[in-house]
Design a protein. Structure first.
Length: 430
């Protein structure tokens, strides 16, 4: 996956104006992709391939695959594959990534690839004694779990610790919960950790004297956090009708709204996940797991809050940061069998799951900036309505060379309706 990109930049002016063929040529040079890769983009997943991935296959369901541009993360240039159907997301995140370049780009850091496996133990006669026995034998349990680790053990991963929590009074009696902390290296690791906790469950029963019920991973991967931060100088925000300082002040005000109000925080975080999910899907990772972990982490204080923080620094810069669980992998699962996921990783040029986690967090931060900047200035609908107008023009039956004429006229008239698109198309055709 290593690509020599020292002389390349992801800052591509007018990428959205280029034809699909021109964009593919840029990608070809960027990631050294061949003709077979290009065919993959055109026909990403055959029915036969899909039939080997899930049950009861009858076909495939495609999503648009776009490229987020302008990303500089930890002083490395990235083009970001994003699979998403929502208009404006890819354009918005590319714009925000360019804003971050005004102060050198985005910086990230990530934890080790630790995933948590849980074992639920019930019917305990002495819960405190059971806890002591598990902790006294945790090295034995970890070594036993490692016997099922396969190649992950060979790469330096495996059991890292065991933690025990007791709940003395639950509706079903005393309960002990054991956490196996497991380093899955470059894999997301769901199958590995599930196998490990299932394997040691009989040993847990013997030591504790209780009965094991559930043994399953947790998608609240709070030992596998990704953090991203960046700054934007005020001048980068200047535009007709707004000074940079005014935009920054409005963004900070919007961010505080999301910090204190769960109704706003929910929509705020949904915008973050627009970008994150799109990269997770494109790389064949489990977007549902990442979503679940992100929202649980947002509620860790007891109130659902924003995943990002925005503030104005003493020199006037806008500072933003994000922190959230990020259990992703670059080997195994759909990443291994989906041809477009493999190509997406090739375009990204990431060398580890930790690097991918940092990139995804950076995308989430940029996506959030794009959304709240739009909300704080023109309103979110401006970009959405232009893309909506394009969809209406296509729905009206416009040819490719007619779409933008219809879009521009509807935008100018502030009359974005299917009926109007049909009227304009009729005038063009007559």
């Amino acid at each position: 996956m290593k690509n020599q990109r020292h002389n390349q930049t992801s800052e591509i002016s007018g990428f959205y104006k280029k034809t699909v063929t021109e964009r593919l040529e840029i990608l070809r040079k960027w990631a050294n992709i061949d003709e077979e890769d290009l065919k993959t983009l055109e026909d990403s997943l055959t029915v036969n391939e899909a039939n080997n991935m899930i049950e009861n296959v009858v076909g495939t369901f495609r999503l648009p695959l776009g490229i987020g541009t302008n990303f500089r993360i930890n002083n490395k240039e990235y083009l970001i594959p994003m699979a998403i159907e929502e208009p404006s997301v890819v354009a918005a995140v590319s714009y925000a990534a360019r804003l971050f370049r005004s102060r050198g780009g985005i910086t990230t850091r990530t934890d080790s690839s630790i995933i948590i496996g849980q074992i639920q133990v019930l019917e305990l006669k002495d819960i405190h004694s059971a806890k002591e026995k598990i902790l006294a034998n945790k090295q034995v349990l970890m070594e036993e779990a490692n016997t099922k680790g396969g190649t992950i053990i060979d790469r330096g991963g495996g059991s890292r610790d065991i933690e025990v929590t007791t709940y003395e009074n639950t509706p079903i009696g005393p309960m002990m919960v054991i956490h196996l902390l497991y380093d899955t290296q470059d894999a997301m690791g769901a199958n590995t950790i599930n196998t490990a906790v299932e394997h040691i469950a009989p040993h847990v029963e013997k030591l504790s004297g209780g009965r094991v019920n559930l043994r399953i991973l947790s998608n609240l991967a709070d030992r596998r956090l990704a953090f991203a931060e960046g700054r934007i100088k005020p001048e980068a925000f200047e535009r007709d009708g707004y000074t940079g300082e005014e935009v920054i002040d409005s963004i900070v005000e919007a961010a505080v709204f999301a910090e204190i109000d769960p109704y706003r925080a929910t929509t705020h975080n949904k915008g973050i996940m627009n970008g994150i999910d799109a990269v997770i899907i494109a790389t064949g990772n489990d977007w549902r797991a990442v979503e679940a972990g992100a929202h649980a982490y947002a509620a860790r204080s007891g109130q659902y809050r924003s995943l990002t923080t925005w503030k104005k620094e003493a020199n006037g810069d806008l500072y933003g940061s994000i922190e959230l669980p990020m259990a992703v992998g670059i080997v195994g699962g759909a990443t291994r069998v989906h041809p477009t996921a493999q190509l997406a990783l090739k375009i990204l040029g990431v060398d580890s799951a930790q690097e991918l986690a940092g990139v995804v967090a950076a995308v989430g931060l940029a996506q959030n900036l794009a959304a709240i900047r739009a909300l704080a200035t023109d309103g979110i609908q401006q970009g959405h309505m232009r893309m909506h107008a394009r969809q209406l023009a296509v729905a009206a039956g416009a040819r490719s060379d007619q779409v933008m004429q219809i879009v521009d006229q509807m935008i100018d008239e502030k009359n974005i309706r299917l009926e109007r698109a049909k009227e304009i198309l009729n005038s063009l055709n007559n």
